[in-house]
Design a protein around this ligand. Structure first.
Ligand SMILES: [Zn+2]
Length: 64
């Protein structure tokens, strides 16, 4: 089972869930700001995404 990660757009703030295996970090050495590769951009505005954590960790995003 693939864990989904939550990513948020830096421009419009829209969050997206991306499968952990599909995530490519822009700079894996930067542990403070986990920017995603420009291959994975916001579907809404094309902005750069930042990894915020595992999907489901935040109660707001818990799925039924
Ligand atoms: Zn966006």
């Amino acid at each position: 089972m693939s864990q989904e990660m939550e990513c948020m757009c830096q421009q419009c703030g829209m969050s997206s869930h991306i499968a952990e295996g599909d995530i490519v970090l822009e700079d894996p050495a930067n542990v403070e700001l986990k920017l995603l590769s420009k291959l994975l951009v916001c579907q809404n505005c094309g902005g750069q995404l930042v990894l915020v954590g595992k999907a489901g960790d935040e109660p707001h995003y818990r799925l039924k």
